[in-house]
Design a protein around this ligand. Structure first.
Ligand SMILES: Nc1nc2c(ncn2[C@@H]2O[C@H](COP(=O)(O)OP(=O)(O)OP(=O)(O)O)[C@@H](O)[C@H]2O)c(=O)[nH]1
Length: 224
């Protein structure tokens, strides 16, 4: 095993990406190794994964789902951001949402689902990014094992780093199935709401209030 390969085997925190995205060979080898371990788990749980027509392919299917879907934000590069010149020097608040949020909790590996809302105060002499990129950014950081407090910050800090706005807000409202489907079996309507504010959106109560009002309107499907 060469040094390069060894470095790629270093483990990272549950919601951190590897230093380099996996290439095809590494991805297939990770799926195969995870599938073998899932077969072992099925054996321990006394689930027949060899003769049962329902579970015969399940260990491999689940391994593939983890690597290529649910945790793909750890193994792939962040989305490419298309930037446009802010030719009209637009300097008013932009709010987008609801952005569908699908993630997985770091404690029980249960789904987290809900909505994200993003508010951007662009810099008049800076760039504007393609609207769909906000959804891609949310999807990228959600596709990791997360807790909501860190997810909202990762999304916010990445947008600030890549677009250098004057102000930014990210708000997430989500259901944690580790709380609804097991444990305390909370109501499916029980949500966690949290926000990340940066720059002028952090310092100006008026901008914060405008952002929250737009979130409410978007949440109600009110097209204003
Ligand atoms: N703050 C925070 N807590 C979370 C999040 N997702 C899950 N949790 C909580 O993390 C805790 C997990 O820790 P433990 O108390 O060790 O788990 P447990 O014994 O199975 O607890 P119960 O869920 O109460 O049955 C639970 O209280 C979860 O509700 C999150 O995004 N943020």
């Amino acid at each position: 095993m060469n040094v390069h390969r060894k470095e790629r085997n270093i483990v990272r925190l549950c919601n951190e990406a590897l230093d380099e995205p996996l290439d095809d060979v590494e991805r297939h080898s990770m799926i195969s190794a995870a599938a073998r371990k899932l077969e072992e788990l099925f054996d321990i749980l006394r689930i027949d994964h060899e003769n049962d027509h329902n579970t015969r392919e399940t260990p491999r299917r689940v391994a593939k789902m983890f690597v290529e879907e649910l945790l793909q934000g750890r193994y792939t590069a962040p989305p490419r951001i298309t930037e446009f010149e802010n030719v009209e020097a637009y300097d008013q608040l932009i709010v987008t949402g609801p952005v569908e949020l699908r993630s997985m909790c770091a404690h029980h590996l249960m789904p987290i689902y809900g909505s994200a809302y993003i508010g951007i105060l662009p810099s008049a002499d800076g760039k504007i990014i393609g609207l769909s990129k906000y959804d891609r950014i949310v999807n990228h950081f959600s596709s990791r094992l997360q807790i909501q407090e860190e997810l909202v910050k990762q999304i916010g800090q990445y947008i600030v780093k890549t677009t250098q706005p004057l102000g930014l807000a990210v708000r997430i409202s989500a259901v944690h199935m580790c709380k609804t489907q097991r444990g305390v079996r909370a109501s499916h309507r029980s949500r966690m709401v949290n926000s990340y504010y940066w720059g002028s959106l952090s310092s100006s109560p008026e901008l914060k209030s405008e952002f929250l009002q737009e979130c409410l309107a978007l949440d109600r499907g009110n097209l204003g």
